[in-house]
Design a protein. Structure first.
Length: 174
């Protein structure tokens, strides 16, 4: 937390880069380890969601509220949604199956590859969590000082470094 004397400088370019590709905002700021860790975490969640639920787990039209969170992953969510629309909903990947008529749609159809049941729901949820995680990563890139994850002479940080320094200064007794 910054004190009263310190001022927080925002990094809007880093935040925008973090939306374009998860973790890129930290890489742009020079926080390489943090950027790679964020990139790995967000992409692992997103790709796992797509693998579990299929590309139908990312659907801007049928799952609008879920897609708002998924869109925080950046353009990759829009690319998967476009693939869903182009391949599954058009019928080019699998035959279209007629569904029972409804008041709103007298001749509804669905792809034979449409994700159903819990696997699709889990995939949707995992991709949504990836978007929420990336939102946190973007906000962190927005307020984090450039090159703030560089080593300061010790490989340990935080409480571990304080404990190590206290042990050294007291001659081994904590």
């Amino acid at each position: 937390m910054p004190t009263e004397k310190e001022s927080v400088s925002l990094q809007p370019i880093a935040a925008l880069a973090g939306w374009v590709f998860p973790g890129l905002g930290h890489l742009v700021n020079g926080n390489t380890r943090r950027g790679i860790a964020a990139m790995a975490g967000v992409l692992l969640l997103f790709v796992t969601g797509v693998l579990v639920g299929g590309i139908d787990a990312i659907d801007r039209k049928e799952d609008r509220l879920w897609f708002i969170g998924q869109a925080a992953c950046g353009p990759i969510a829009f690319v998967v949604d476009s693939a869903n629309t182009a391949f599954l909903k058009s019928g080019s990947a699998a035959p279209m199956i007629p569904l029972p008529p409804s008041v709103l749609n007298p001749q509804p159809q669905a792809s034979a590859f449409k994700g159903l049941a819990h696997a699709n729901e889990f995939g949707t949820f995992l991709a949504f969590l990836a978007g929420l995680m990336n939102t946190c990563v973007i906000l962190d890139a927005l307020v984090r000082a450039p090159r703030s994850d560089r080593a300061t002479g010790s490989s340990m940080r935080g409480r571990r470094a304080e404990d190590a320094n206290r042990t050294v200064s007291t001659g081994g007794a904590a």
